[in-house]
Write a protein that binds this ligand. Structure first.
Ligand SMILES: [Zn+2]
Length: 304
């Protein structure tokens, strides 16, 4: 009987291990540029610029937190087989350093193309990696990616340029859309409070005061004092709504709401923003353009 129980336990353990360790199949296609992307935003950008000439393998699934992502052996294998590996850089993929730093010229870090004067640093001098929320900076990254694909696959230069120019037009329209939407909120009410600090570039580009419970990485824990300070600020500024993030657990934002309640003020959850990952199928945030649009609509909707 005891033996039977142990066997059963082993079986259950084996089954649960195999379901959570989903491997990343590397889509190698002969005759195409075979690229590995880290984040879902980068995977999307590669599809937009490369279209039929590239095969993209995105190693982070939807909803995965890139700050804490540890590459499994299948990810390491995909990276070693790829023609090109495109990352965000600026220490976003903090736990992938060992795997990435041996790649030399096979590695393209999009963050390295952000002009020095546009980089945002925290009080410790650490660079904020979330530059994709400034649409103009993402356009710079798109151009750098286009140039690299042309270098690797000159034959299809015109297609890459054409794809980039078409996509750039959409990015310009998106940038204009955000600026118009922001005007719907009175200046002093342009306060964005989220779980972790993913929206500083957004705030700088579009005129929002951005505050968060955690810092620019999700690796550090929020302290009780951080929550108390932020609760005070919400009450003092009569902030109406704060926001969840799709790749961050809800607990920190909930404890902030509780702290505000204790002080006799009410703040609502304005919705969920997509910060470090695109949304799942059917979310309306499956690609970069829709993700940014979803975020701005959610932010404006909660603060109006
Ligand atoms: Zn982040």
């Amino acid at each position: 009987m005891k033996k039977f129980l142990i066997l059963n336990l082993i079986l259950i353990l084996a089954l649960s291990l195999s379901s959570c360790r989903r491997s990343v199949p590397f889509k190698y296609v002969e005759g195409k540029v075979n690229v590995v992307a880290t984040t879902t935003m980068i995977g999307d950008l590669l599809s937009e610029i490369g279209k039929e000439h590239v095969s993209v393998t995105t190693v982070m699934n939807v909803g995965v937190d890139p700050h804490s992502f540890i590459p499994r052996p299948s990810v390491t294998r995909a990276i070693s087989k790829a023609d090109l590996v495109v990352t965000n850089g600026l220490n976003l993929e903090a736990k992938m350093g060992k795997v990435l730093h041996v790649l030399d010229d096979k590695l393209l870090e999009l963050g390295s193309f952000v002009p020095e004067e546009s980089l945002i640093k925290d009080e410790n001098g650490e660079i904020d990696p979330h530059f994709w929320f400034d649409v103009n900076l993402w356009t710079i990254a798109a151009e750098a990616l286009t140039n690299r694909l042309i270098l690797m696959d000159e034959e299809n230069e015109l297609d890459y340029l054409n794809n980039f120019n078409k996509y750039k037009e959409k990015l310009i329209l998106l940038d204009e859309y955000i600026k118009e939407e922001v005007l719907l909120i009175e200046e002093e009410k342009r306060v964005l409070i989220t779980a972790h600090d993913a929206f500083s570039y957004f705030g700088k580009a579009y005129g929002f005061n951005v505050l968060s419970i955690q810092g620019i990485s999700t690796e550090s824990e929020a302290s009780a004092k951080d929550i108390k300070d932020l609760a005070n600020l919400i009450v003092d500024n009569n902030v109406k709504a704060i926001y969840l993030e799709s790749s961050i657990p809800e607990t920190t934002i909930k404890s902030l709401i509780d702290a505000v309640k204790v002080m006799g003020h009410n703040v609502i959850i304005g919705g969920t923003l997509y910060s470090d990952s695109l949304g799942e199928e059917g979310s309306g945030a499956e690609n970069y353009l829709d993700m940014v649009r979803h975020n701005i609509d959610t932010i404006i909707g909660g603060l109006k």
